[in-house]
Design a binder for this molecule. Structure first.
Ligand SMILES: Cc1cc2nc3c(=O)[nH]c(=O)nc-3n(C[C@H](O)[C@H](O)[C@H](O)COP(=O)(O)OP(=O)(O)OC[C@H]3O[C@@H](n4cnc5c(N)ncnc54)[C@H](O)[C@@H]3O)c2cc1C
Length: 517
């Protein structure tokens, strides 16, 4: 809504206005096209199934109007244009480095389009419509009391990159030249660019950022850090192109490589992760930041993803869907692309990327400042205790870590008989109990629980009805897709409950993106 209000304000400065209507695109656009006698409806081309479905509905509805209005879909959103790639997008390399090298050697980035001074006469409209309020959309306003408070719209987005005639925050404080050293931070506004929410809403263009980086390099300094912002933006491009190549497999449990494995959907475990109550301050702080602000650092996202997948053994799509619900910068390609990487089912064959919490805490929050910022109880503890406060000062850990530090909370790490088992000590009941074989170190299958295959019917519900994950209703599965027997995301065959995925050797990559970063 802030984005719309800002867009309207900026258009009005140019003597125009923004027509605002609420409803489904396939209902609103054809009726507007008819009223105004439009010959073309322009929109950005999308790549994922739900968005493609809307494109098809709009196209069909425009044809039904019968006054010859066309739908013209334009490629946007990426730094490199899809048509400029040195290969067909369906031949996209499976390894990011190959993609990057090929693109950097063979393509150039198109310049961003300047806004024309005048965009033509304003059409005659009686009612331009109002930006809806949260209440009208059935949502409750949520006050951000701590952490980053993002403001929507191009003006605010440019305020971060451009200030007083294109002087950016990164310019003014010279942050670009140290980005590579700071980008793994978790606390504060300036360790990374924070461009992602504005990029996700289309408020700023990656091509414009590219030009700003070039200008900085000309006027100030060009080094590894200035290049690294573009390197990261190229990951964003990669995931978008990948979504075309992988199609719906990006949303399936086995991911693009159709990896076979079994995952738990334990409600209690999931909720402890979601609510920041796992007993591991590093996880809890990150999850609290996410639900409070709608943002989490890239470092934090990798850590909580690894924890959900590797330590809890949960179905990675539950984590991805919670991110989808909360993230201000949510983008299906980047979100599901990164989650499939983290779950080891992405198209990159490197698997089992385990992030050890003790190591991550030591490297990225050695003084415990980040965890103390988000978890109140930890503030009064000495710095060296903040990551391992123990159950008396904090709470029990919900699962022991698969590798490394047991968590220091006696009931979970030392109390269980077999390595890796856990109990719900508060209620005395035993939840889905995962045990590890002493001889092989592999998880044993829980023999007391029957395996269920839940095939979800075409109701408008989440695939996880027992978890009430989403703040918004799921998109209904279109009848046409059902008839074609095409698998659509949110309509997946789920196995539950099941044992953890295959155990793996401890590895602690600095990133799961490969050696380059
Ligand atoms: C599990 C997981 C889920 C994620 N979900 C999303 C998502 O829904 N939307 C989203 O925009 N990013 C997502 N990311 C990528 C990354 O975490 C965010 O883009 C980044 O944290 C945003 O902060 P920033 O703008 O300060 O990033 P910076 O470090 O300043 O990077 C600059 C820009 O590069 C791009 N970028 C950086 N890292 C990545 C990456 N790994 N993948 C794709 N693009 C990247 C972003 O557009 C970012 O704004 C996810 C990462 C993980 C590990």
């Amino acid at each position: 809504m802030e984005c719309l209000a800002d867009l309207r304000k900026n258009l009005m400065r140019r003597g125009l206005n923004l027509l605002i209507r609420s409803g489904k695109p396939e209902d609103i656009l054809p009726s507007l096209a008819k009223d105004f006698g439009a010959h073309t409806v322009f929109a950005h081309k999308e790549t994922c199934s739900e968005e493609l479905h809307v494109e098809r509905l709009v196209d069909k509805a425009l044809k039904r109007v019968g006054n010859g209005t066309k739908l013209e879909l334009i490629w946007g959103s990426t730094m490199y244009h899809k048509d400029d790639l040195p290969f067909d997008v369906l031949e996209l390399p499976d390894i990011y480095t190959q993609f990057r090298k090929s693109v950097e050697a063979n393509c150039r980035i198109r310049s961003s389009t300047r806004i024309p001074v005048s965009i033509g006469p304003t059409p005659c409209v009686d009612n331009w419509g109002d930006v809806p309020t949260l209440g009208q959309l059935g949502l409750e306003p949520q006050e951000v009391t701590r952490g980053m408070r993002f403001v929507g719209g191009e003006s605010a987005g440019l305020g971060r990159s451009v200030h007083k005639g294109c002087m950016s925050v990164f310019y003014l404080q010279d942050l670009l030249k140290v980005y590579k050293e700071t980008r793994n931070g978790m606390l504060g506004p300036d360790y990374s660019t924070k461009f992602s929410p504005w990029l996700a809403f289309g408020c700023i263009s990656p091509r414009f950022i590219y030009e700003e980086v070039q200008r900085y390099e000309r006027e100030r300094v060009a080094n590894n850090s200035t290049y690294w912002v573009l390197f990261e933006l190229l990951w964003r491009d990669y995931f978008r192109f990948l979504s075309i190549k992988c199609g719906n497999s990006l949303f399936h449990l086995g991911g693009p490589r159709n990896v076979q494995g079994e995952w738990s959907q334990d409600k209690r475990l999931f909720e402890s992760w979601r609510d920041g109550k796992t007993g591991y301050p590093l996880i809890d702080a990150n999850m609290k930041e996410l639900s409070t602000t709608g943002f989490m650092s890239n470092r934090g996202r990798q850590i909580v993803c690894s924890f959900l997948v590797r330590d809890m053994g949960l179905d990675w799509r539950m984590g991805a869907e919670w991110f989808e619900t909360c993230l201000l910068d949510y983008d299906p390609c980047s979100n599901y692309g990164n989650w499939t990487y983290g779950a080891g089912v992405g198209n990159d064959p490197r698997e089992d990327r385990y992030f050890s919490i003790p190591k991550q805490a030591q490297n990225y929050d050695p003084e415990g400042e980040y965890v103390a910022f988000w978890v109140q109880q930890l503030r009064r503890l000495p710095k060296e205790k903040r990551h391992w406060p123990g159950r008396l000062m904090y709470m029990d850990t919900v699962v022991p870590l698969k590798h490394g530090h047991g968590g220091g909370n006696a009931q979970t790490s030392r109390g269980s008989k077999s390595r890796g088992g856990f109990r719900d000590n508060h209620s005395g009941r035993q939840p889905l109990l995962v045990t590890f074989s002493k001889s092989t170190g592999l998880p044993r299958k829980n023999s007391t629980e029957q395996e269920l295959i839940a095939t979800h019917s075409a109701t408008h519900t989440s695939p996880y009805p027992h978890l009430s994950l989403s703040r918004r209703p799921f998109t209904p599965l279109p009848q046409s897709l059902l008839q074609e027997d095409r698998v659509c995301r949110h309509r997946m065959r789920l196995r539950r409950p099941s044992h953890l995925p295959r155990n793996s050797l401890p590895r602690d990559p600095d990133d799961w993106y490969g050696a380059e970063r």
